[in-house]
Design a protein around this ligand. Structure first.
Ligand code: CO
Length: 154
């Protein structure tokens, strides 16, 4: 396992639309491990593969709830309900936070590292994290959706 460099806003890879993973092989599994380690090291709650320069549809999310660490392959939002506004940030934009309106509840379908289909119904922070990370896979950053940007003093 290795901690990877997190790409910052301005890096063109963050604007790419990531490709579906066709085969779950040892390279993909190692990548998911590295993503989890990189996220934990940076004390984030989510990370998309594009953030470490890999244009594949992989995300890791861990909001320290009962779901634990989620490593998801080809995640898709299959149901959305309600709207909710909250402040969020991103490891690729360390200097800013922003208020973003998102779906309050989402159902996500993805493959697990074991190749099994998993369907997760999420609300609150978990729903927000899924939408934020899946946005990354489509080249979208939270600042694109923010209704208000808050510059952070570091
Ligand atoms: Co982000």
């Amino acid at each position: 396992m290795a901690i990877r460099i997190i790409r910052r806003e301005g890096d063109p890879v963050l604007r790419e639309k990531a490709r579906d993973v066709r085969e779950i092989n040892t390279q993909i599994l190692a990548l998911l491990d590295d993503m989890a380690e990189t996220m934990n090291d940076a004390e984030g709650v989510g990370l998309a593969a594009t953030q470490i320069g890999i244009s594949k549809r992989l995300i890791v999310v861990d909001i320290k709830d009962e779901h634990g660490l989620l490593k998801l392959i080809n995640p898709v939002i299959i149901h959305r309900e309600g709207r909710e506004s909250a402040v969020e940030g991103c490891l690729s934009l360390p200097g800013v936070a922003g208020e973003v309106e998102r779906d309050a509840t989402v159902t996500v379908r993805a493959l697990t590292p074991e190749g099994e289909e998993k369907v997760i119904c999420a609300t609150g922070l978990l729903a927000r994290a899924f939408q934020h990370e899946i946005d990354h896979l489509d080249g979208i950053l939270f600042v694109d959706r923010a209704t208000r940007i808050i510059e952070k003093e570091d």
